[in-house]
Design a protein around this ligand. Structure first.
Ligand code: NAD
Length: 507
């Protein structure tokens, strides 16, 4: 307790818990001008909200104040819905393209500032934050491109004995209003993955970003306004859950709730949303399955990248490393050596590979599940030490199949290794959790690869890649507790944020 109080009152000295010395200077750019905290507002259809309620955002690394946000309440939530439904200038396809493309250009121009903001408010290493801006760039580019395409179809009706001389044609129309609720783990990319497809569809959207990382999300909204988006098309609200998020979810004037976050909140939304479309992108517990015929170099690299990138806080991070028994010893030895390269420390330092997790309670949870696994017979081979929200990348072996960190989602830089006997065992072990998001299989045998593609109960199987591999416009999403099987990714999300109208004419 004393330690916790100290952490809350006294900034942690910027120590690096790495085995290597950091020699590169910290990133020069800080949030706000001259490193001062940013003071941002929620927006109702382009109008800055002014209320007494403020949210403080502190660095997960050293607790310094990164910024504040003026919060919304039930009144502003209602105003945002009304402003969106009242409408305004309708953008044609070219105009939607232009808004998204200008936002992309703004992002390129202000990339370092945005990357610094992501890193400061989330504790992600600056190199990860820069990578994330690149992903967001691609999302905006693909969404802009989709504005210029029409996926309408034509059905000739004279194609059966009972046919007629007519044609049926499909049109894609915008929804009245959508709500996007996003998690903390990619403060920019999670948000842009919902907002850009909504705009490409011409659908007004109210964004409710994570209270843990709101500053980047609000900056993106400001970019979109600056790029010429009509204000009624976008509001951004943060505030008490019962007054903002829950009101929006159950409001029957809203056509769609697109949610990315935890299973518990996702299932709660499913039970309260009522008669509207619901898209749920929930948690994961993804395996990397390494067969005895795999290239060892590749297996070791994928296991490390998949487990530790983004501080292990990706829905598709490798959460279970499943290795065939015949190569387990060799793999484990090589993997521990590789994992030593993933040094953790000050997120602003360009040499830091792994930053903090989102907050101290999250790090404590990870520490506790590790201790529980050890009590069940597992062994920590590397890492495991924690300071505040900074948790060393941790390699654990001999983890029992029923350990909490294996059965549930462990959202952080933990790399538990489990052995399997043969392919049947690997498939059974992989499918044994409640989740079904993604997976990676490392093998040089095409027959084996195909078996995994067919038999894993997941949304994605990546052969010789990490489970998280994707391009931003390919279909993405999970099944079982990871989601309802409705895909996101720019193209699929545009389908969700619109509906198809058909018309038919004599022909
Ligand atoms: P979370 O569920 O705690 O919060 C997500 C969002 O829901 C936040 O904006 C939060 O304010 C909001 N929220 C909280 N209570 C709510 C309620 N009662 N009604 C409506 N909204 C509510 O998730 P998190 O901790 O921010 O994110 C981590 C989780 O997200 C992990 O489980 C991770 O696997 C998952 N995730 C999934 C994907 C995917 O694509 N499948 C991607 C990224 C993250």
């Amino acid at each position: 307790m004393t330690f916790l109080i100290l952490l809350l009152t006294e900034p942690i000295k910027p120590v690096t818990m790495s085995t290597q010395e950091n020699t590169i200077a910290p990133a020069a750019i800080e949030p706000g001008q001259n490193g001062k905290p940013l003071h941002l507002h929620c927006y109702v259809a382009g109008r800055k909200i002014n209320t007494e309620n403020k949210l403080s955002v502190n660095s997960p690394y050293d607790r310094r104040l990164i910024g504040t946000v003026t919060l919304a309440g039930i009144k502003e939530t209602n105003e945002a819905v009304e402003a969106a439904l009242k409408g305004g200038k309708t953008l044609n396809r070219y105009e939607r393209y232009s808004v998204l493309d200008k936002t992309r250009q703004l992002l390129i121009k202000r990339k370092e500032e945005i990357a610094s903001l992501i890193s400061a408010e989330s504790g992600l290493a600056i190199r990860e934050a820069r990578y994330e801006t690149g992903r967001a760039h691609d999302v905006l580019m693909f969404a802009a491109m989709e504005c210029l395409k029409d996926d309408g179809q034509v059905f000739s009706c004279d194609i059966s004995p009972s046919g007629k001389s007519r044609k049926i044609i499909t049109l894609r129309e915008p929804l009245k209003l959508a709500v996007a609720i996003t998690p903390f783990n990619h403060p920019l990319n999670q948000v842009v993955h919902k907002i850009a497809p909504a705009i490409a569809s011409g659908t007004p959207v109210i964004l409710k970003p994570s209270e843990k990382t709101p500053l980047t999300a609000i900056r993106l909204v400001e970019f979109l306004y600056e790029a010429g988006l009509p204000p009624y098309m976008l509001s951004v609200l943060l505030g008490p859950t019962s007054e903002v998020a829950e009101q929006l979810v159950k409001d029957n004037r809203i056509d769609l709730v697109s949610f990315t976050g935890s299973v518990a909140v996702g299932k709660h939304i499913a039970s309260t949303a009522g008669y509207k479309k619901v898209i749920l992108e929930l948690g994961g517990n993804d395996p990397l399955i390494i067969l005895e015929d795999a290239s060892m170099d590749l297996a070791v690299t994928l296991a490390a990248e998949g487990s530790f990138r983004n501080s292990g806080q990706r829905c598709t991070a490798v959460k279970r490393i499943l290795v065939q028994e015949s190569i387990r010893e060799v793999f484990t030895k090589r993997f521990v050596e590789k994992a030593k390269e993933y040094t953790c420390g000050d997120p602003a330092d360009p040499a830091t590979v792994v930053g903090t997790v989102i907050d101290e309670p999250a790090a404590i949870y990870l520490e506790e599940v590790t201790k529980k696994a050890v009590a069940q017979g597992a062994t920590i081979l590397l890492g495991g030490r924690r300071k505040g929200a900074l948790l060393e990348p941790t390699v654990i072996t001999d983890v029992p199949r029923n350990a909490q960190m294996i059965v549930e989602e462990s959202f952080g830089p933990l790399a538990p290794i489990l052995g399997f006997k043969d392919i049947d065992d690997a498939i059974a072990l992989s499918n044994a959790t409640a989740f079904g998001l993604s997976s990676g299989v490392v093998t040089n045998n095409m027959e084996h690869a195909i078996r995994f593609v067919k038999e894993l109960k997941v949304g994605t199987v990546n052969i010789n890649e990490v489970p998280g591999y994707r391009v931003e416009n390919s279909p993405f999403g999970g099944i079982k507790d990871s989601g309802l099987g409705i895909k996101e990714g720019v193209i699929e999300a545009i389908k969700c944020f619109s509906f198809i109208k058909t018309f038919s004419i004599p022909w």
